[in-house]
Write a protein that binds this ligand. Sequence first.
Ligand code: 7TS
Length: 406
Amino acid sequence: MNYPIEHIRADFPILAEKIRNKPLVYLDNAASCQKPNAVIDSISHLYRHDYANIHRGVHTLSVRATDKFEAAREKVRAFINATSDKEIIFVRGATEAINLIAQTYGKAHIKAGDEIVITAMEHHSNIVPWQMLCEQTGAVLKVAPMNMQGELIYDTFEALLNDKTRLVAVVHMSNALGTINPVKKMTDLAHSKGIPVMLDGAQAIPHMAVDVQALDCDFYVFSGHKLYGPSGIGVLYGKQALLEAMPPYQGGGDMIRTVSFEQSTYAGLPHKFEAGTPAIADVVGLGAAIDYLNGIGMAAIAEYEAQLLDYATEQARQIKGLRIIGEAEEKGAILSFVLDHIHPHDIGTMLDSLGIAIRAGHHCAMPVMDFYQVPATARASFAMYNTQEEVDVLMGGIKELIKIFG
Ligand code: 7TS
């Protein structure tokens, strides 16, 4: 395949950094991705030339900043193929989006005895907000199990859906295992029983083309910082009719139509859910990230990363004493593993001394660690700018570690 890897790498200035006198090998992309010049420059340009608060002023700078902000919303809409930009709500990240859904949609529709279905491979941010809602309402959280490969046990998921189920909230791609869930099939099944579906796309969005109309999900959430954009900004997509019917999340400026001491009325979508001054420059930066990704193409990125993951998996399987955690048939570019007799934190620290950044820990998925009976894993997570040579450096580092400590 003709993938412009050298051009892409040159677009990310941080990739030229030396860490401990070694070329940086950045494999912690599931935690956060690095940013291309296009994103960094768009933020700098806004602050240098076009910055003011949005939606408020009639003066030129405010109009310019508002236009750029709203243009970014349209870019997000097109990127996930939402029907209308009223369906694109800017929030702080996937975490805030899920909390928003729980505290607005959830509080309005979920009562004592109702059930919410998640899976065994959720990130804490798709567990705890639902537990909080259950505490507040008396609803019950149900967990669809997975097998040892880290795949959802579909039949059990199906059996969990009943006339008490009010919402299915499922991760599209697991951050701890890489598993890609059959979310279209799951959504169709839930809809056939009249149950709405929220998808946590925090990990999926940088790795594949996402079409919310094709998926037919009711909500889709993701963070900008895992999509080569800035941190502190994320997206809640919701079907317009659902969002219209939901009460607001936070009150304040920008989300109102009229305010008096007796009563306030709320703005229409999307502003109803965007109280206060947002992360203006970061939204513009997210728009620049989307332009950048469109220039390469999500299909090309997905194909390239699939090859990279296959290569890494093949190499890892040849290392004695290495156990891969998460071997789903459908898997994104994440390689979680443990080594005999070496704690994941020591793996992380030792690899750092070689300039290799991975994450070691529970990855905010403690129930997944419990399932595999490990305290933590080491996780190499790949992005569109990683290379086979970097995989080789990682594998060389692991082999060295085993030689010294194993
Ligand atoms: N959902 C999934 C599947 C995630 O992987 C993460 C973050 C979140 C939600 C929350 O995203 P946030 O941007 O709101 O924090 N995952 C990770 C990770 O794997 N390592 O650091 C953060």
